[in-house]
Design a protein around this ligand. Structure first.
Ligand code: GDP
Ligand code: IMO
Ligand code: MG
Length: 430
């Protein structure tokens, strides 16, 4: 079997697929783990040796002592929250690796959070259900060229230049939403300088650092946030996040050539979940969905919101495989399906009387579509201690094989519990 030195891991559904757990797992072998998009809207739970940790901005490889973790230029960083997160990790984890931050990453400002909240109210029926962390407005300022990058903060003219950006955001809040920004400019500048000084030893040219590591033959793992269906271009727009969550963004979000990344792995739940608003064709609004929510502890690790539950959606996964160019997938939370009599897999959508197995471009079509399922028997046995594919009940084996066949993608393994050692990888490739 081929071994790869560079691997990108992304969520292939609507987020919360267990990317954090899998990044931590592969992170045991990584010299570098590089997060390339998103901000502290992400929330990853990682369990090992009886410890349970949560990370949002810090890459999920942080709990491996030998791993250097990098927050790439594609991320938007709430510096205050990042510093708090680092402090918690340093205080509570038995061991942790190093952390570097790209000097080109954008700073998520307190006013972005205010705008996020105001916009959500303004949208009324078109509400997205954002995490209210300021993600959309921060990326908006980046694209509008009204953003602040980490490398701007120590510059002598920073305060003068930032005043223009600050005033623009203040006026935007006042004129658009009649919201008075309750943030003092001088105090914010002082805070930013203090955050910068606290993080200064970690801030560097990450693009050069990552490229050098790959060229030196180091093992480099790229970690995506959110999931393919929340991608700003290829997700269920407008019910998406504000960045490209797909594997292709790993090169842009870290500043290296895409040919340097050898393999892409999609993380896939054995069913589907979604947090926030937006169409969700295979949604289960019944007692099966409620059972899965409880057994899988499907409550947002970031906002605490109950996650919406659905049957496995092969249409969405095939779309993710195509738009991210996935080589293979890994199935998580298989244990959660234990005890369900029959399992459904959505294989196509019926839209206006026509069947399609392609993801429609417009979210409107998705609201109205009827999911078409195939059904396969479930299993009753506890699988949480299973150590190999052969040990699984036949029904669980069939379920995995069916996903592999319908989606025409290789399954690399599965996991049967939240712990690092409840992870079954068929063959080592990284
Ligand atoms: P991420 O955002 O993709 O990293 O996923 P989250 O951490 O937000 O959500 C996944 C949840 O499932 C976490 O609470 C994990 O601890 C948990 N988890 C991961 N893999 C498994 C598994 O195989 N079985 C069970 N029962 N829980 C899992
Ligand atoms: P991880 O990395 C699941 C969802 C929000 C909302 C939409 C836009 O843990 O998988 P945003 O705050 O980004 O503007 O919200 O995206 N969302 C997530 N859903 N997992 C996530 O991250 C998410 N990050 C954002 O609920 O519907
Ligand atoms: Mg999550």
């Amino acid at each position: 079997m081929s071994k790869y030195n560079s691997l990108v891991i992304v969520g292939a559904q609507w987020g919360d697929e267990g990317k954090g757990k899998m990044t931590d797992y592969f992170g045991q072998k990584a010299d570098l783990v590089v997060r390339f998009a998103g901000g502290d809207n992400a929330g990853h739970v990682i369990n090992f040796n009886g410890e349970k940790h949560k990370v949002t901005l810090v890459p999920s490889g942080i709990f491996n002592k030998k791993t250097t973790n990098v927050i790439g230029n594609g991320c938007v960083i709430n510096l205050k929250n990042l510093i708090e997160e680092i402090e918690i990790i340093e205080k509570h984890s038995s061991e942790h690796g190093n952390l570097l931050i790209s000097n080109k990453a954008h700073v998520l400002m307190p006013y972005h959070i205010e705008i996020d909240k105001a916009l959500e109210e303004e949208r009324e029926a078109l509400k997205i259900g954002t995490t209210k962390k300021g993600i959309g407005p921060a990326y908006n300022d980046k694209i509008s060229r009204m953003g602040v990058r980490i490398c701007d903060i120590p510059r002598p003219r920073f305060k003068e230049e930032f005043k223009v950006i600050f005033n623009y955001n203040k006026k935007f809040l006042k004129n658009m939403f009649n919201v008075e920004l309750d943030i003092n400019f001088d105090e914010l500048c002082e805070d930013l300088q203090n955050y910068y000084l606290k993080l200064k030893h970690r801030i560097t040219d990450c693009d050069i650092f990552v490229e050098n590591a790959i060229k030196a033959g180091k093992n480099v793992l790229f970690e995506g946030a959110q999931g393919a269906m929340l991608d700003i271009d290829h997700g269920t727009y407008p019910y998406v996040t504000s960045s490209n969550t797909s594997a292709n963004n790993a090169s842009i979000g870290t500043g290296i050539g895409h040919k340097l990344i050898e393999k892409s792995l999609g993380i896939v739940k054995a069913y589907c979940t979604r947090v926030g608003e937006g169409p969700f064709p295979s949604e289960l609004l019944n007692e099966i969905g409620d059972k899965i929510r409880i057994v899988g502890n499907e409550f947002g690790s970031n906002t605490g919101r109950p996650r919406r539950i659905g049957w496995f959606d092969a249409v969405a996964l095939k779309h993710a495989i195509r738009t991210s160019g996935l080589d293979s997938i890994f199935i998580t939370l298989l244990d959660v399906l234990t005890g369900i009599d029959d399992l459904n897999i959505c294989v196509s959508y019926e839209i206006n009387g026509l069947k399609t197995s392609n993801m429609p471009a417009n979210a409107g079509d998705l609201w109205d579509c009827r999911p078409v399922y195939i059904s396969t028997p479930g299993w009753k046995e506890d699988i949480t201690k299973v150590k190999s594919f052969i040990d699984l009940p036949d029904e669980a084996k069939n379920y995995i094989k069916l996903i592999e066949k319908i989606c025409e993608i290789k399954v690399e393994g599965f996991s049967v519990g939240p712990d690092r050692n409840q992870t079954i990888l068929y063959e080592d490739f990284f």
